[in-house]
Design a protein around this ligand. Structure first.
Ligand SMILES: C[S@@+](CC[C@H](N)C(=O)[O-])C[C@H]1O[C@@H](n2cnc3c(N)ncnc32)[C@H](O)[C@@H]1O
Length: 216
């Protein structure tokens, strides 16, 4: 499987989209996501490295995997600015360049909406996590309101085209439990910008524990 995903237009737009979102609340969401994270972290689809500055002194090492070359170059720059040591690697979440059972935390932020094969990515997250580890997730998800979900479904193809393959209608908490994780905590909320809901407003932030390893 190739390690690369190429979305040149999205990669050019994403730093501005992210700066706008951070100015309107996602900076706080990132802080909430990463509060208390410690040890060895694997971050999947790290984008520009927007999370790196939130890794505190208890983080020993971050292995950040990003398949899009332009975004990865930006992540490499961000890696120089945070306090935690960050290595940025090419690769896809479906095939992580990381050994089994080494991570205390796997971080997925705004990425399970985009990854092509979510079950494969979650199986990889489970593989690289220690049995005591945790999956931290911050994702926009499908709406629980039928009228809103109809709009998400209608506009999903266009959104995917413009958003580097991002889907509006994924039930990510369900995907995480289907992969055998146990949800330890989850906060569902609407990420409103200037008080208004957008198609990607329905969101979740949470922590999940990996499936117990099978006894042979
Ligand atoms: C909306 S951006 C989010 C970036 C970052 N996680 C953040 O919180 O800002 C989605 C990211 O997923 C990455 N991506 C797409 N397909 C992927 C895959 N199969 N494995 C890992 N990352 C992927 C994209 O290149 C992009 O960096």
């Amino acid at each position: 499987m190739t390690k690369t995903v190429s979305h040149p237009l999205f990669a050019r737009m994403y730093p501005r989209i992210n700066a706008f979102a951070e100015a309107h609340g996602s900076l706080d969401h990132r802080r909430e996501l990463l509060d208390g994270v410690r040890g060895r972290v694997v971050e999947i689809g790290a984008g520009t490295g927007a999370n790196f500055r939130h890794y505190g002194p208890d983080v020993e090492q971050v292995i950040a995997v990003e398949p899009e070359p332009r975004l990865r170059a930006l992540a490499e720059q961000s890696a120089k600015t945070g306090s935690a040591p960050v290595s940025v690697l090419p690769g896809r979440a479906e095939e992580l360049p990381v050994d089994d059972g080494v991570a205390d935390v796997v971080v997925a932020s705004l990425v399970l909406c985009t990854i092509a094969d979510v079950p494969a990515a979650l199986a990889e997250a489970a593989r690289v996590l220690k049995p005591t580890g945790e999956l931290r997730f911050y994702e926009h998800v499908r709406s629980g309101r039928p009228g809103f979900l109809r709009w998400q479904r209608l506009l999903d193809p266009l959104w995917r085209l413009l958003g580097g393959g991002c889907h509006l209608t994924r039930d990510t908490v369900r995907a995480i439990t289907d992969a055998g994780f146990t949800i330890e905590q989850v906060r569902h909320f609407e990420f409103l910008i200037k008080g208004r809901a957008g198609l990607a407003s329905p969101s979740v932030i949470g922590i999940a524990r990996p499936p117990k390893p099978r006894v042979p």
